[in-house]
Structure formats: structure tokens, C-alpha cells
Design a protein around this ligand. Structure first.
Ligand SMILES: [Zn+2]
Length: 105
């Protein structure tokens, strides 16, 4: 008996649910760098457009730091990589989609 997908009811071999799920989960990348900005900043890449501004606003508020959104990327002043996974999780971003690179880039 072929295994049936509980989501779409099709046999697993031909169902595309896994692929679709993966595409929905955006990969978020967090790292600290000094390179482009001359001072230490935390970069958050891969947030979706609608929530980008709101997330940036909340992070700035909670961290009490300056920051900006540029070209779809959040740039926060200072190194906040240690806190970022918990903070993004608190804003309902799935943990498995968040990659934090600790240490300076
Ligand atoms: Zn399916």
C-alpha cells in the first residue's frame, strides 16, 4: 500500500506538499558585521516584505537601539546576535528557519 499524504490525500510519491512547505518557510540569516558600515551592526536577512518594517520596529524598541531597513534587510546598531533567535521566535518566526552566525563576519 502506498503511503498517503495526510494533507492532500495523494500518494506520497506524487504529492508536492513537502516542497511547497519548504518554499513557504523563508530562510532568515542573522549575523554581525563591521565591514560595510564601519561600525558594528547586526544584519537580519530574509524576512518577508510585509512584516519587515514591523519586525524592525519591534526589535529596535526591545533592544533600545538604533536601526534601519534597507533593501529588504534589517540593520541594527550593535551586536545582538545572541538574543536574536529568541526575539525572532517571540515574533512567530519558526526557529528552524533562523540561522544565526555568531562571531564577527
Ligand atoms: Zn501532499
Amino acid at each position: 500500500m502506498p503511503e498517503i499524504c495526510p494533507k492532500c490525500g495523494l500518494p506520497k510519491e506524487i504529492c508536492a506538499c513537502d516542497i511547497l512547505d519548504k518554499e513557504e518557510v523563508r530562510k532568515i540569516k542573522v549575523y554581525a558585521t563591521k565591514k560595510r558600515f564601519r561600525k558594528l551592526v547586526t544584519i537580519i536577512e530574509g524576512l518577508d516584505g510585509e512584516r519587515l518594517e514591523q519586525t524592525a520596529k519591534e526589535l529596535k524598541q526591545k533592544l533600545a537601539c538604533g536601526g534601519t531597513v534597507k533593501d529588504g534587510v534589517i540593520i541594527l546598531q550593535g551586536n545582538h546576535t545572541q538574543k536574536m533567535k529568541a526575539m525572532l521566535k517571540a515574533q512567530n518566526y519558526p526557529e528552524e528557519s533562523i540561522t544565526v552566525i555568531y562571531g564577527l563576519n
